[in-house]
Design a protein around this ligand. Structure first.
Ligand code: AMP
Length: 290
């Protein structure tokens, strides 16, 4: 069955209300389009758990700290619609900027503690834009479950904090990162990489794995772990590291000593393309495999 494309808020609400009256569980997968197998994993999980799956496709201008990045973000709605249809998605909500923001928003949602470091520090306003648009999408779609990728681990933490603090009646479901065979996390931005940059890119994941190995073998000093990982990355001339941190898995604040559940998260530039990735690690009893 083909996915139905809906661009108005009123229509998506109507369709969801109808499904709810029929007793269906509603699952929402928020995306910015240019869909790939990473998004596909979120959809498959939603499909398995929900009666109706709504995928949202919206390149949200207020979460881009750099205008050029917004403008050149890949957009391909016809291909995205077929992708969703193949995965059994019922509704694709793809609103225009005017539909979502008839005037510049006068209200924002923020989770400043969770967003203080890492991407929050390096992309001012980014998580405020994300939290605001996800809050809007939650009010529009009113899903029971919403699916987010671990690939953007700080983003899920921000959303979970928002849901908890503001009592959204939504259960956030985390889905493991989907990777290429060489370890590079799938991302809509990967298609911008030159062949040389593409060859260099998996070094980021290798450095994260090395940091995880060190912590799982007993290293506790986050600075020492970082130094070892950065040394590995230094040999990859095409990558410029923006941050590499060991953080508490819930607060996303950097830790001096790895203890309990931590994330090792990194961002690096390959030319003009920004790559982010992270791995989970249980410091006390060895690291979790994804
Ligand atoms: P985006 O379209 O990049 O905003 O991503 C939409 C959703 O897909 C977010 O929850 C992402 O974390 C998730 N996602 C993106 N890439 C991947 C991936 N490689 N593996 C799993 N989830 C992903």
């Amino acid at each position: 069955m083909s996915a139905v494309q809906v661009s108005s808020i009123a229509e998506v609400r109507e369709r969801v209300a109808e499904a709810r009256r029929a007793g269906q569980t509603i699952g929402c997968v928020p995306t910015m389009g240019a869909l790939h197998a990473g998004h596909g994993a979120l959809m498959d999980r939603a499909r398995a758990e929900c009666g109706m799956v709504v995928v949202t496709i919206f390149v949200n201008p207020i979460q881009f700290d750099v205008k050029a990045d917004y403008e050149r973000y890949a957009r391909n709605l016809p291909a995205d619609l077929s992708f969703c249809s193949e995965r059994g998605v019922e509704v694709v909500f793809a609103p225009s900027v005017e539909e979502m923001y008839p005037e510049p928003t006068g209200t924002f949602v923020e989770a400043p503690e969770t967003a203080r470091y890492l991407c929050g520090e390096h992309r001012p306003g980014h998580f405020r834009g994300v939290a605001t648009v996800v809050a809007k999408l939650f009010h529009i779609v009113q899903p029971d479950l919403a699916y987010f990728g671990e690939k953007d681990a700080q983003q899920v933490a921000v959303i979970e904090r928002m849901v908890e603090d503001l009592n959204f009646p939504v259960r956030v479901v985390r889905v493991a990162t989907v990777r290429e065979a060489d370890g590079l996390a799938l991302s809509s931005r990967n298609e911008r990489l030159t062949p040389e940059e593409r060859r260099a890119a998996p070094a980021l994941y290798r450095a994260l794995q090395e940091a995880r190995r060190l912590i799982s073998e007993g290293a506790r000093d986050a600075e020492a772990v970082k130094r070892a990982a950065l040394e590995m990355l230094a040999s990859e001339a095409l990558l410029r590291v923006e941050y590499f941190e060991v953080v508490d898995a819930r607060s996303f604040h950097p830790v001096a000593e790895a203890a309990g559940e931590v994330k090792i998260a990194a961002a690096a530039w390959a030319g003009s393309t920004r790559l982010i990735d992270n791995v989970s690690c249980q410091a006390a009893g060895g690291c979790a495999r994804e």
